[in-house]
Ligand binder design. Structure first.
Ligand code: MG
Length: 265
């Protein structure tokens, strides 16, 4: 597949916002359903219904794989599964980590985002893994300033993982995004020794750290999709699609926080 770097105009970014907010709504809704007993396939059906009802198309369906094209609207990765977990009929249990990745195309433009949920009670170190991975995503986003480079995003993300001793998955990284789900440039979650592309207004990126409680090595399961930690350690994954603007990074896959009103009655 040919991959390219594209810069988006203001009006094109607004079209990506439409796709991005649909993805945000899907993840919000899926998150409400995550509880013991629910299955990844049920979450996937809900996501597909929402995306299509909004006039969108699930980004992931039809993506070519090692064995067969992907058939689902979500990736649901449990515990030591890092990314690309194929929705199935396993019932989610108390104490699990559930990482959900969603992608939608609306009028030709993609949004792509992921979040990790904690089901019930987990040890403090597991909660810390999830929270730190989320913080690393935001640190990477904060580093996506015009004039900076891809390596600045990478360093910001890696620094948080290093501080906690986490593994940083290297085989899968963030990416440019637009009319294709995966465009150039790659957005590494670790220092590579390269500065990477200079960031300029109109560059849209999916920033998506994947941290583990163990090592960085991963394998792809027999289904040809599910990426698991080689050492069986738990993993977390957070992702947002952003646009670099002259004013700094703009997150496209979250709805703006509501205006707060202080009651004075
Ligand atoms: Mg992505």
């Amino acid at each position: 597949m040919e991959r390219r770097v594209t810069l988006k105009s203001q009006s094109q970014i607004e079209r990506m916002v439409v796709a991005g907010r649909l993805v945000a709504d899907v993840l919000d809704r899926v998150g409400q359903e995550i509880r013991p007993g629910v299955t990844p396939l049920e979450l996937d059906a809900l996501a597909e219904e929402m995306i299509r009802a909004a006039g969108g198309v699930p980004s992931f369906i039809g993506v070519p794989g090692r064995k067969a094209p992907y058939r689902h609207s979500l990736c649901v990765s449990l515990d030591s599964e890092v990314v690309h977990g194929v929705p199935d009929r396993r019932r989610i249990r108390d104490g699990q980590l559930v990482s959900v990745d969603a992608g939608a195309i609306v009028a030709g433009w993609h949004g792509d985002a992921a979040r990790t949920w904690i089901v019930g009670q987990v040890p403090a170190e597991v909660r810390q893994l999830v929270e730190t991975t989320r913080e690393a995503m935001y640190a990477g986003i904060d580093a996506a300033q015009p004039g900076a480079h891809i390596a600045d995003i990478s360093a910001a993300i890696e620094d948080l993982a290093r501080a906690e001793g986490y593994g940083v998955v290297r085989s899968f990284v963030g990416h440019g995004i637009g009319t294709e789900m995966h465009e150039e440039p790659q957005v590494w979650n670790f220092r590579t020794g390269q500065r990477g592309r200079r960031l300029e207004a109109g560059l849209c990126l999916a920033i998506e750290p994947m941290f583990t409680l163990g090592g960085h090595e991963v394998d792809v399961a027999h289904d040809g999709w599910t990426v698991v930690t080689r050492d069986g350690s738990l993993a977390a994954h957070w992702e947002n699609t952003i646009a670099v603007t002259a004013d700094g990074p703009r997150i496209l896959t979250e709805r703006p926080a509501p205006v707060e009103q202080v009651s004075v009655a």
